[in-house]
Structure formats: C-alpha cells, structure tokens
Design a protein around this ligand. Structure first.
Ligand SMILES: Cc1cc2nc3c(=O)[nH]c(=O)nc-3n(C[C@H](O)[C@H](O)[C@H](O)COP(=O)(O)O)c2cc1C
Ligand SMILES: CCCCCCC(=O)C(=O)O
Length: 327
C-alpha cells in the first residue's frame, strides 16, 4: 500500500509514464574537441552554493519509507551537497529535519486559513529554510487509483504531518484550496522575505504571470503525474517556459529524471537545476541517509560523465542545440 503511494500517479498514469517516455524520445547531439578537462557542476541558487544542479523534490510521508524519515533524507542530501525541499506533509518537525542537515527549502500548500499559513511559513523560516516552494498544481487532490484500491486514506497510528500542528498542538489536515489565485501568492510575499518559487507550472502564460507577480523562481512540474492525468510531460513543457521566463528568474524542472543524461537534457533545454522525487524515496527506503547520498552522488557523477562525452565543462555550456528528437 505504501509502495503504491510512492510509485503511483493519477488516473491511468499516462502522465507518470509520459514523463519518462518523453526523455526516451530525446537524443543528445554531442560536441567534440571542446577540451573540457575536469567538469564543474557547482550551481548557485538564491545565494546558496551547491555541488550539483540536482535537488531533492518535496515528497510526503518519509517515515513510511524509512525509520529515519525526512531527517535521514536531509542528512543524505546535505552529504551530497544539495538542497532538500521539505514537504508540508513531512512526518517529522521541520526543526528536527533542519538539525539533521541542510540547506533546506520548505514546500507549502497555501491553506485557506491565512493566519495558519503565515504561522507555518514563519516556523519554516525560523528553522532555517532558505526558500519557499509554493505548490500550485493541486487546487484539488489528484485521483490516485492505486490509493483508492488499497484504501490508503490515513497515516498509521503514531505518524502525522508534524508541520501542520497549530498553536494548540492539534494536527490540521493539509487542505487543497480551489480558491487559490495569484492574489494569495502576493499576500505570501507580505509574510516572508524568503525567495518564493512557484511549483507546478506547465503553461508559458503562467510562467509569465509568475514573473510578473514577482516570483523568484519557477518549477516546471506536473507533480510526478500525481495530479492531472493527461498533463504534458515536463521536459516537453520546459522549452516554452524557459523561453518565456528569459532568464529573469531561475527555472527548475522535475518529473521522470532518472539518469545523468536526463539531467543534461533538462539543463540544455533551459533548466537551471532539476529536482528528483521517487529516486530519492526509493534510495531512502533501501538505504536511509547513506542511500539518499549515494543516489544523488550517482546522478551527479552520471551527469558529469555525460557532460564530458557531450563536450560541456559547466552546466551553462549546455544549450538547446545539443538536443534532438529521435527519428
Ligand atoms: C510520494 C510522493 C509524494 C509527493 N509529495 C509532494 C508534496 O508533498 N508536495 C509537492 O509539492 N509535491 C509532492 N510530490 C511531487 C514531487 O515534488 C515531484 O514533483 C515529483 O515527484 C517529480 O517526479 P519524479 O518522482 O518522477 O522525480 C510528491 C511526489 C511523490 C512521488
Ligand atoms: C493529506 C496529505 C496530502 C499530502 C500530499 C502529498 C502529495 O503532494 C502527494 O503527491 O502525495
């Protein structure tokens, strides 16, 4: 039941499969004789230097995967020199996760209760989170048919969304809010000075609105195929979003990234960095903090190898002409 929750998507899982299939259709057109020498994968996002452009996507319920929970993921991500985005539906308090490692960003589903939302943001800020990722692809919850079949409705006794506790100590339900609009993102700006990234952008017109509304970053995402089944694959959506944003703010992408060559393609098509969800969950389940560290380091080494073969020393040298659609 829990493995299905992690692996599954919405509806027929067309988008879940599509995210991966889209990378299968793309090929790299390498450059030669570029004398790259050692590659340099270091990446800076919002003033934080990272060893790699591969970040940990926000995912819920890590205690279902491993007894170390989100803290183990944070430890692994820190050891790999990258950012973990802590889900609002984490099963451990953000303070405990921060104590295990960093840098951290915090993912938020803005709640209808504005004061509670502000309190969660302040708590994440106080714990040391360096950016806020606002998920906007979930006005309602996706129809996850595996979860319906398995009757997976609640966390087991003793587990809770620890960052949903209010001042009385009661754990609130994470509410999806179909009334959410750009005005609410503007209000978040009044609550926090942290960089605000909007996660779940697929249409270039929304990318333009994000920039116009002062967002500091855009994450091209279809929630790993867990929300709107039939939504476009993220790597297919990326080029138009990147072109619209025009380097005014960082553009990140997630969904279906499993190999260094996938990361290379995403960077070439306009991403400043990528995030991975399920690969981290699988590594956490298999090997705790060390598993997460090794999976992230493997992806980075794989990217480094692919860049050597494609003739790029730095991510900035990866350009769209290095990618072609397979015949
Ligand atoms: C089990 C699971 C839980 C997730 N939980 C969240 C979440 O709490 N908040 C969020 O914004 N996205 C969530 N996501 C979506 C991820 O952040 C990310 O968009 C997606 O996993 C990327 O696709 P990938 O798994 O193919 O790498 C979740 C994804 C999975 C697989
Ligand atoms: C009621 C808890 C909501 C958790 C949402 C986690 C999530 O985004 C996912 O894709 O699953």
């Amino acid at each position: 039941m829990h493995a299905d929750f992690f692996a599954g998507g919405a509806g027929e899982e067309r988008t879940l499969r599509g995210n991966l299939a889209a990378y299968d259709r793309l090929r790299i057109v390498p450059r030669v004789l570029r004398a790259t020498g050692e590659r340099d994968l270091r990446t800076t996002l919002f003033g934080t230097g990272l060893s790699t452009p591969v970040l940990v996507a926000p995912t819920a319920f890590h205690l279902l995967a491993h007894p170390g929970g989100e803290a183990a993921t944070a430890e692994g991500a820190a050891a790999a020199g990258t950012v973990m985005v802590v889900s609002m539906a984490a099963t451990q308090p953000v303070e405990a996760i921060a104590a295990a490692g960093g840098p951290l960003w915090f993912q938020l589903y803005p709640q209808p209760d504005l004061a509670f939302t502000a309190a969660v943001v302040k708590r994440a800020e106080a714990a040391g989170c360096r950016a806020l990722v606002v998920t906007v692809d979930s006005p309602v919850f996706g129809r996850r048919e595996r979860d319906l079949r398995n009757r997976f409705t609640d966390l087991p006794d003793g587990l809770a969304c620890e960052n949903m506790r209010d001042a009385t100590g009661r754990v609130r339900t994470v509410e999806m809010d179909a009334t959410l609009g750009w005005d609410r993102l503007a209000r978040l700006r009044e609550v926090t000075g942290l960089p605000l990234l909007v996660k779940g952008i697929l249409h270039p017109a929304d990318a333009r609105l994000a920039v116009e509304h002062g967002m500091d970053g855009v994450i091209v995402s279809n929630h790993g195929g867990r929300q709107l089944d039939g939504a476009i694959a993220t790597i297919d959506a990326l080029p138009a979003v990147a072109e619209t944003v025009g380097r005014r703010v960082p553009v990140l992408v997630d969904g279906g990234i499993r190999r260094g060559t996938d990361v290379l393609i995403a960077l070439a098509l306009g991403a400043d960095a990528v995030l991975v969800g399920r690969p981290v969950l699988e590594a956490l389940a298999a090997g705790g903090a060390r598993g997460v560290q090794r999976r992230l380091e493997r992806l980075t080494a794989d990217l480094d190898h692919a860049m050597a073969l494609a003739g790029a020393k730095r991510p900035a040298e990866l350009t769209p002409d290095l990618v072609a659609v397979a015949g």
